[in-house]
Ligand binder design. Structure first.
Ligand code: FES
Length: 177
């Protein structure tokens, strides 16, 4: 993003204050860059370019260094994530049992490509390597729950459970107002 455009991006003030307070509480700020990035991801949900530049400026370190760390570690994300993360295993055991078709079905059902988030913000789809449950192939995890022996039919049923849960929560929230 160009600098001029970036200057106009406003990060929420209260979140910035929270991040500032955290940074101020650390002595070796530069040495604790990973911790700071973790905290920033917890606060903002993801590490946008604006957040990364803010941190580099605050710490007086090159933006390239911050960017390098964010892109190196897979637990950092630069995109907003959905409420639930679907991790479809594309390891060998799952692949031979048709994991590619299951992933395709999930993506079709949600209208996304791997790595993207559904437009309702409910799911982010990722393809991952073996998650160590090969006996249940093909396997996906939704957050930290494992779903094995997946079929193209069961995918929709599983997603519907989460959708219904979300509807329920929304209704609850509305009736509480
Ligand atoms: S290959 Fe999918 S769980 Fe091992």
């Amino acid at each position: 993003m160009e600098r001029s455009k970036l200057a106009k991006v406003k990060l929420p003030k209260e979140k910035l204050l929270e991040l500032d307070a955290y940074m101020d509480s650390l002595e070796d700020k530069e040495g604790l860059l990973i911790h700071i990035l973790h905290k920033a991801q917890e606060i903002f949900g993801y590490l946008s370019l604006e957040v990364q530049l803010y941190i580099s400026k605050r710490l007086g370190i090159p933006a390239a260094k911050v960017f390098g760390i964010v892109t190196f570690y897979s637990f950092f994300t630069q995109e907003p994530r959905g409420k639930h993360t679907i991790s479809m295993c594309m390891g060998t055991a799952c692949f031979v049992k048709g994991a590619d078709r299951i992933l395709e079905k999930i993506c079709l059902e949600l209208g996304v490509n791997p790595g993207e988030t559904s437009s309702d913000g409910l799911f982010t789809v990722k393809d991952v390597r073996c998650i160590g449950a090969c006996g249940l192939a093909p396997v996906a995890m939704i957050d930290d729950k494992v779903y094995g022996h997946l079929t193209e039919e069961s995918v929709k049923e599983i997603l519907d459970v989460y959708r219904k849960e979300e509807q329920h929560e929304n209704q609850h929230a509305e009736s509480a107002v």
